[in-house]
Design a protein around this ligand. Structure first.
Ligand SMILES: *Cc1c(COP(=O)(O)O)cnc(C)c1O
Length: 362
């Protein structure tokens, strides 16, 4: 029995999900089975949206699978990674029960989805190390065993920590939880890591490894809401049964297909490379700023920055029209703001605003 079959909610074992009109495999010329309008909307000149879209458009699934180096059967296209996280919760945690393991400070959606579903959130805080943050994967595995948690979320590169976790450590974690829990590697920022070993080939060896990817960050399509769950085909089938019938709007799909053409992919790589360069310049410049206590090294498109007076820093940035993310409510981040890497002019504005702060203090 695969890990997924073991951890799948027992009440969903024979659940087949909604059988939409589109999912019935029949042939015809005159489609009158889905109560769609007979003619197009005035707003929809090229008639892209008159009919319900395919639940998993083959062209998009094929292009994403090629991008991430997996078989199409190992990929579920989702309405952003957010939907992937929600589907994992719904399929693998019994409602009002069950548990997940996370390593805060971390992306908030894991806990939000768990809370909405009535599942416990077991926190194994990441440690502040000399060279950066460290998630304790051994302690996370132990916590999963102790609590019977079915999902262990590993955010890598870490948001907001910027941490990059060793691939071997993640596969060891998956191995140690084989048959007991799924290890979910959220790789939303993979494109910004200095070296990001390709984890996709490891899916064949670990039936409990799940990888989340997204077009929202490096591919610059946050508004299109396209994410991917990469996993064992058994897991992909289970998640699809829990998905809404038509999760991917046709305009978003066509935009994503354009973004996966070679020229757009080359531009995406160039954008990510430029972001990494700006990131190291900002790391250096911020570290040298008076009033900055610490800048954590980052493998994402952001920097986690600790200030001697975080409120004054936040206010000075806001006064200059720069909105950053206040991280102070997260454990271990009591003095920290998260600053996304912007265009050169945006980054210069951040530095100028913080310089006025230093002048006022002097
Ligand atoms: C931004 C982000 C995502 C992306 O979510 P989408 O729903 O795909 O936009 C996923 N995980 C983490 C950790 C993120 O920071």
């Amino acid at each position: 029995m695969s890990t997924a079959e073991r951890v799948l909610r027992s009440d969903l074992r024979d659940f087949s999900g909604y059988v939409s009109a589109a999912r019935q495999a029949v042939h015809g010329e005159t489609w009158l089975n889905a109560n769609e309008a007979a003619t197009a909307s005035l707003a929809d000149a090229d008639e892209r949206c008159r009919r319900y879209p395919p639940p998993q458009p083959a062209a998009l699934v094929g292009a994403l699978a090629a991008l991430y180096g997996v078989q199409p059967a190992q990929l579920l296209a989702t309405r952003g990674s957010d939907e992937g996280i929600d589907l994992l919760l719904r399929a693998f945690c019994p409602p009002g029960a069950g548990a997940i393991v996370i390593a805060p400070p971390v992306f908030g959606m894991y806990a939000v989805c768990a809370r909405l579903h009535g599942s416990r959130v077991i926190e194994v805080p990441a440690r502040r190390g000399r060279s950066g943050w460290h998630s304790d994967l051994h302690a996370m595995a132990q916590a999963a065993r102790d609590t019977g948690a079915s999902l262990v979320f590993v955010c890598n590169p870490g948001n907001p920590t910027g941490e990059c976790i060793d691939t071997d450590a993640i596969t060891a974690l998956a191995h140690s939880l084989q048959g007991q829990a799924l290890v979910v590697l959220d790789a939303a920022y993979a494109e910004f890591a200095d070296a990001f070993p390709d984890m996709a080939p490891l899916l064949d060896a670990h039936d409990n490894l799940v990888i989340l990817r997204t077009l929202s960050k490096a591919h610059a399509l946050a508004g299109a809401r396209i994410g991917s769950v990469l996993a064992d085909p058994g897991i992909v089938r289970i998640l699809q049964r829990c998905q809404v019938p038509y999760p991917l709007p046709a305009p978003a799909v066509s935009l994503a297909l354009d973004a996966l053409q070679p020229a757009a992919l080359a531009a995406t790589r160039a954008r990510a490379a430029d972001c990494k360069m700006q990131r190291s310049r900002m790391l250096e410049a911020l570290t040298a700023q008076p009033g900055v206590a610490r800048v954590w090294p980052s493998q994402g498109n952001f920097l986690l920055v600790e200030f001697e007076q975080p409120q004054a820093a936040f206010d000075a940035l806001l006064a200059a029209g720069v909105v950053v993310r206040d991280m102070r409510s997260q454990p271990g981040c009591e003095r920290a703001l998260r600053i996304s890497i912007g265009r050169r002019t945006d980054n210069a504005r951040v530095l100028a605003a913080l310089a006025t702060l230093a002048e006022r203090a002097a």
